[in-house]
Structure formats: C-alpha cells, structure tokens
Design a protein around this ligand. Sequence first.
Ligand code: MG
Length: 305
Amino acid sequence: MEKPLSVPTPQTSIYLMKKIKSHFQHLAFVIACATSTLSCYGQEDMTKPVITTEIKKDSDGKDVTYMYLDGIKVHETDPAKQAFPAIVTPGDTNKCAAPPSDAIVLFDGSEKALNENWTDNKGVPSVWKVVDGALECVKKAGYIQTKQKFGSCQVHLEWASPAKVQGDDQGRGNSGVFLMSYYEVQILDNYENTTYADGQAGALYGRKKPLVNVCRKPGEWQSYDIIFHRPLFDTAGKITRRATFTVLHNGVLIQDHTILSGGTGWNGPHAASEYQAHPEKLPFTMQDHGNPVRFRNIWLRELND
Ligand code: MG
C-alpha cells in the first residue's frame, strides 16, 4: 500500500524555519570569521595610520606643514612624545662574509664592479670612488644607482660612517639605501649622536623609527640585511598594497615586517611624502648626503611579490 504524503503541520513548519535560520546564522558566523582572518593576514587596513595635517607659520611667517602619524609628529625631536630607540650593543657580526651562491653581486670591492653595475642618477658613470675595497660617497657627486632594476628583494650590504667624526645630528655620517630609488632605509652615524627617532640609522625615513639603536662606533663596519616587498598600485595609480620592510642591523631586528605607511622622501621639517605610482622595477640607489660613507659587500636576491 502506498504511503500517504505527510502534510506539514504548523508546528513542523515552525521547526523547519528555525532549523534553516540556525543554519544561515552558522554560515554567517563562518563567513564573518573567514573575512576577519583575511583582514588580519591577507589584506592590510589602508586607513592606518591615521594621518592629520596642519599648517603653521614659522618665525619668518612662512607656512610649514606639520603631519602627525597616529598622533606623533613627523621628525618629532621630543623623546617624551617619540621615545628614542633603546641602545643595543651588537655581537661580533662585522665580518665580510661571502654572498650566497644565487645572489646578484652588486659590489665586491672592485673598480670593475663599480663600472659594470652602477651609474649616477643621470645614467652616466658615477664619480663615487673605490678606496681600499670600499665604495665611498663623494660629496656633490649625487646618488649612485644600479644599472639593473629590481622590485621585491633581499639585500645585504655593509657600511661604515667616517672614522673622523664631523658634524652632528643629521649631518654626521648620513647616507641611505633606497629600495626602488624611492624608499629609504636611513644610514646615519647614530653612535652617541642624537637626532629625531624617525630619522636615525635603520629608520624608514620620516615614517618609522627602528626598534633599537644598534650602531657601531664611527669607522667600524656595520651590516644591513633588508627584506623588501614592493608596493602595488592599481591602473589609476592608487596604492593597493603598501611596501613592507624587515631589516636587521648588525644582525639585530630593527624593522619587523613594517608596513611602510607612505613615501620616505624629504617633505619639509615636519611632513612626510606620500606614495606615488611607479614601475614594477627600479634601480637600487644609495644617497649622497655630503658625507664620505663607505660601502662594501653589496648583494641582492630577487623575491616574488
Ligand atoms: Mg639619508
């Protein structure tokens, strides 16, 4: 005998509706969790840091732009408002180790490497000079840059500020390494030399101070190991993913997967520059800031974005 079709009673309909609602609530919860995980690990919050800007008159009546990143003034000099990084004495890491086998060697101490791999920022041979196997900045020679262009990469380099101390603050042993010619990891002789925290050695200039100050004495060799992921822009030139930096100074972590909030170019005494769209690969550059800073053992490994 054929089983009669059951007709849902009002009670069973309510039960079914409750069941369906419960399933949808569970699904919504799972989606919310997944989205939240993505926002933590897959996407960055492009609204951070909170940047505020005001214009003030200086003593000559000129307008000066003041920018604040999460409430801290760019190039803040008051340690009560932007603490100086703690001083750490590095271990014995200042030996010139051989590059890994897959590295692109940019400078190995030779004139040949200088001539083959580098130009000035106009594309003609640089007048930076090789002294005792080191590449030395020559005042007013301008920046030096690689002929080859790079995007995301791992960089190793060693640098030494002049043994004879001259100047102070930002005028003492100042240079810098620029990833993609735009993003500066500051080089500065910060051994017993005070300057604003976001401009000291290992700072992403004007944007992020280093976690600690690991500077060796003037004239001693120091190392930077940098892991850099380039920024991404959409077709309209809008930033869609900011650059990240992990940096070790003399083997000590000073930038811990730092998201670079904007550009590092000089933009006045208390302002920072913003991102500007640029090609996927650009030269690796070092700064002439007028001080004879030396470099050696520069190599690079290209990374996936
Ligand atoms: Mg500099």
